[in-house]
Design a protein around this ligand. Structure first.
Ligand code: ADP
Ligand code: ADP
Ligand code: ZN
Length: 224
């Protein structure tokens, strides 16, 4: 099973991708997490990426495509994967098809649709664990102990790009460069839209309904 999770910054892509990966035994591949890892390591790729990320701009396509092609080439995907935050431009979408060998290899694109004001509130309250990557929200999904990660006990941080001016720029980039992918995947019959304004478990159960429908229909096809 190969899934793409699409939506604006703060839609809940990472939150849902983690829950899905756990439930369905899929590999969670987040380009944002991979880039932050490179930044932390101070690699050449990380240094290039940081310039863009800090300004709320998308990292150039060639850099991202090379990184993801390498990751997908590693194999060990088990039952499949969930791409979170990739593709983010039409050119990345086309490059992905080249890497995978065609659109038929993408099973479903889950579009998490969220209102702008909700997105701004979510990003404003997001807290992240720099050690294990867990994500919280100060109001919607708080850690048990103030500002400390439930999973690993590390102090939580506010991401450098979750500041108001950078958030605005990221939303601009999303509208201009990423939102055309909604239409792109819709025309190819891959898109399922879920209402991302609801709480985390409502959104998750809506996505699971689509997942289960997919498994049922592929099992039926298998019988023919
Ligand atoms: P994305 O990966 O799309 O940027 P995240 O999964 O990091 O989004 O979520 C952004 C913030 O919103 C986090 O603080 C997260 O805890 C919170 N959040 C995610 N989904 C929901 C939801 N359905 N309702 C309320 N808050 C949410
Ligand atoms: P969010 O979904 O909250 O915007 P991500 O963690 O997915 O956050 O991405 C953080 C930043 O990493 C983006 O603003 C962008 O600079 C960079 N980035 C992540 N994925 C991509 C991608 N596929 N193409 C270009 N830039 C990316
Ligand atoms: Zn942690």
């Amino acid at each position: 099973m190969r899934i793409i999770v699409l939506g604006p910054p703060g839609a809940g892509k990472g939150t849902q991708a983690k829950l899905l990966a756990e439930k369905y035994g899929l590999e969670h591949i987040s380009t944002g997490d991979m880039l932050r890892e490179e930044v932390k390591r101070g690699s050449k790729l990380g240094n290039i990426a940081k310039e863009y990320m800090d300004q709320g701009l998308l990292v150039p396509d060639n850099v991202i495509v090379e990184m993801i092609a390498e990751r997908l080439g590693e194999g060990s995907m088990g039952k499949g994967f969930i791409l979170d935050g990739f593709p983010r431009t039409l050119s990345q979408a086309k490059a992905l098809e080249d890497v995978l060998g065609g659109m038929a290899d993408i099973d479903m694109v889950i579009y998490i649709d969220v209102d702008d004001d909700v997105v701004v509130r979510r990003l404003g309250g997001r807290r992240s664990c720099p050690k294990c990557g867990a994500v919280y929200h100060i109001v919607n999904n708080p850690p048990k102990n103030d500002e400390i990660c439930d999973k690993c006990g590390h102090p939580l941080i506010i991401r450098d790009d979750d500041r108001e001016d950078v958030i605005r720029k990221r939303l601009d980039e999303y509208r201009k460069r990423t939102s055309p992918l909604i239409d792109y995947y819709m025309k190819r019959g891959k898109l399922v839209r879920v209402d991302g304004n609801k709480d985390i478990y409502c959104v998750f159960s809506e996505i699971c309904i689509h997942m289960d429908k997919f498994f049922k229909s592929s099992a039926m096809e298998g019988k023919e």
